[in-house]
Design a protein around this ligand. Sequence first.
Ligand code: ZN
Ligand code: ZN
Length: 316
Amino acid sequence: MNDRSFLVLMVGLVLLFAAGGYGVASCGERTRIPVVRHTPRPGREVDPPAPASQMAIVKKTSFSTSATMKREAVFAAEADGALVFSRLGEPAPGDWLFSFPEPGQTFQDYRLLAGLNRKTARRKTLHLLPYRDLDRRQRRVLRPLREYLSIFFESEVKLLPFERLNRSWYDAAREQYRAGEIAAYLASRVQPGSLGLFGLTSHDLYALRLNFVFGLALLTHRAGIYSVHRYGQEPKLLLRRTLKLAGHEIGHMFGLKHCVFYKCTMNGTNSLEEMARQPLHLCPVCHRKLQWNLRFDAARRYRRLAAFYKRHGLER
Ligand SMILES: [Zn+2]
Ligand SMILES: [Zn+2]
C-alpha cells in the first residue's frame, strides 16, 4: 500500500438505506472523519497502537453523557445473567468508541428498526459467496465458517460456487476494491427467500472516506462483502478472525447495531488488537435481539456453539 498513511480500521461500516435511496446513518458516523492514524506493517498479526503524538487530534466526546449512562442502565436491567458477562467500560484512545461515541441500541430500538431483516418460514437461508482470490488456507475456513454461521444464526447456510470479483470494482491507484460497489451488486442478486448474501474475498477493500474496511454490509438490502486480507495466515487466528467478522457483519444484516454495553461480538472494532479483546459470543442484550428475531432455543444454540468451539480449539 505504498507509503500512504492509514486512517482508522473500521469493522462493519453499515449503511442504512432509507426507502427512497441512500440515507440515514452508519454504525460509524459517516460525517466524522476517523482520525487515529497508523501504518499497518505487512505480515504483522496485531496492529501497532497509534503513536501518542497522533492521538492529540482525537477529541473525546460524549460517550459518558448522562443520556448514554441512563440507556446503559436500561440495558443492564434488561440483561439476564449479566454477571457472567463483562461490561465494556470506558473506551481508551484508539478504541472504536473513543473515535465514534455511539449511543447504543436498546431492545426496544431494535424492535422498532425500519426495514428489519426478519426470519420467516419463506426467508430462512443465508448465502455465502466465496471469491476465487481466496488462497488455499483461506478456503479451508469456508467449511467451519458455514457450520459456525448455521449455529450462530440458527439458519441454513448455503455455500455458493466461487466467482471472480469484477475488475471494474478495482481502484488501481489505491490497489483496493470498492466495497460499496461490490455490496450494491450483491444486493441486486439477493433472492426474496434469502436472509442475506455475503461475499468473502482476500482482496483489500475500502469505502467512503475510510482508507480500508474489513467489511461493509447493507442493512436492509441483506447484502455484504467481507475481506480476510488483513487476517494473516496462522490457521487458528485466521479462523477466529473470520468467524468474528462474519458473526458481527451478519449481525448487522439482522439489524444489530454496535454494542456499547458489554464485551460482545457486536462491539465496534478499530483494529485487530481491539478485535482480539472481544469475544465471539453475543452479550445478553444483543442475544435477546437475535433470539426475538430468529426465535431459536437459546440453550440448544449455546450447547451447539460450545461444541463447535471445543472442536476447533476456540474455547477461550
Ligand atoms: Zn460493525
Ligand atoms: Zn452486545
